[in-house]
Design a protein around this ligand. Sequence first.
Ligand code: SAH
Length: 238
Amino acid sequence: MIARRCMGLAIMLLPLLLPAPSPAGDDGFQARRLAMVERQIEDRGVSDPKVLAAMRKVPRHLFVSREAVSEAYEDRPLPIGYGQTISQPYIVAFMTEALKLTGGEKVLEIGTGSGYQAAVLAETAGRVHSIEIIPELHRSARKRLAGLGYGAIQLKETDGYYGWPDQGPFDAIIVTCAAGHIPPPLVEQLGPGGRIIIPVGQPWMVQSLVLADKDASGRVRTRSLMQVRFVPLVRERE
Ligand code: SAH
């Protein structure tokens, strides 16, 4: 009798012990994602509404290695496998904002990695193309992006140093691995009025994040925006 009453009590208490279901549209990480945007991105000066909306929307925890899911919204780079890393959220937002995208642009990314930056670009630009040199990362990014509704992003597995000549010119190019210099083929594939952002410097050291603008007459002007640390751009023959 007492046992039966206890069981009844336990059944009544059970709903109180289970975590509350997330509100509709929340994947369980929304609060952390919103806090990430407010504290790590807006508070540091990124203000482009399209970039902020993209950073609030793209589920970063689905792009990092399984062991790193609980840290997906922390203020730092995280592993994505094969010795590669996804940049700190602030850097992703900062680089995207620097491209001054309004929504209709054709964009090229070098270094697809997990596909996270490509998804952020898909939310802020028109057509997105992205190149990755590691076949396994290329394949998993393709699957992940298609599964998350970003199947329109064009992906290619090759050495991105040469860009994607038959798809150019691009309005904006973003390189998410560090090169010793700005690859000339990328400058060639940039349309007039276009912008390229790229970390330039020695591998495994601090590099300069360089923004290059091409004016209407094709003249290129570069300036360094900040010091960064990216994984190196590797060449096919290495
Ligand atoms: N943008 C990615 C992270 C990039 S990490 C994301 O959002 O997840 C840098 C990536 O550049 C790695 O995946 C690395 O394999 C790739 N990479 C390095 N050299 C490359 C090259 N020459 N061409 C294309 N991709 C390259």
